[in-house]
Design a protein around this ligand. Structure first.
Ligand SMILES: C[S@@+](CC[C@H](N)C(=O)[O-])C[C@H]1O[C@@H](n2cnc3c(N)ncnc32)[C@H](O)[C@@H]1O
Ligand SMILES: [Zn+2]
Length: 178
């Protein structure tokens, strides 16, 4: 895949990723790379991400999580926001080997040279965040439509106890083109 983007300092947060050329709606921008680890390892290593408000991990599928802290590429610098111009899809590979699945970030609309690439991290908590978590995950995307938080959460159910929390990013599935 040709490099259509570059990492630079962002007004939103730290480093960000910016378009080096005009990118058309539906075009692949880049793959989200990193070491594949199990969910158990992700929970063990990164359970404090919820408090820090910073994460580099991405749920690939039921078996694997992409850890961009290790072997990550520039996709790990892409920020989130409330009016994203990109979208992250899990491309499910044919066959049973789920390590072959990939996360690809593609353009949600036409993107102009110099624009910062933004996609929705899709972080959904299993229960409402605490005040400290809301502060740690405050969204600073600068959009007039900014919701003020990077988090979404499920409404509490009166009977069932909610499952464990996770702050991994997640993406919808998309069948890889042949
Ligand atoms: C994958 S990193 C993105 C790169 C990040 N800018 C950096 O320099 O490390 C994800 C982290 O960036 C920060 N971030 C991303 N989007 C943000 C936003 N809209 N508002 C505030 N912080 C954001 C959060 O700390 C988030 O956990
Ligand atoms: Zn926002």
């Amino acid at each position: 895949m040709k490099n259509k983007v570059v990492m630079r300092r962002s007004k939103i947060h730290g480093n960000g990723v910016f378009a080096l050329e005009d990118i058309k709606k539906g075009e692949d921008i880049m793959e989200y790379k990193g070491k594949l680890i199990t969910h158990a390892e992700a929970d063990e290593r990164y359970s404090s991400d919820i408090e820090s408000g910073h994460t580099f991990i991405f749920i690939l599928n039921k078996q694997w999580v992409i850890d961009a802290n290790r072997d990550g590429n520039d996709a790990r610098w892409i920020n989130t926001g409330c009016e994203p111009n990109g979208v992250a899809f899990v491309h499910t590979a044919k066959g049973k080997d789920r390590t072959k699945d990939k996360v690809i970030i593609e353009a949600k609309r036409n993107i102009k040279t110099g624009e910062e690439i933004i996609y929705d991290y899709g972080i959904v908590l299993s229960e409402p965040p605490t005040a400290a978590e809301l502060k740690a995950w405050e969204c600073k995307c600068g959009s007039p439509k900014c919701k003020g938080t990077m988090l979404t959460w499920k409404k509490p159910k009166p009977v069932k106890k909610a499952a464990a929390r996770s702050t991994s990013k997640a993406a919808p599935k998309k069948r890889t083109k042949a």
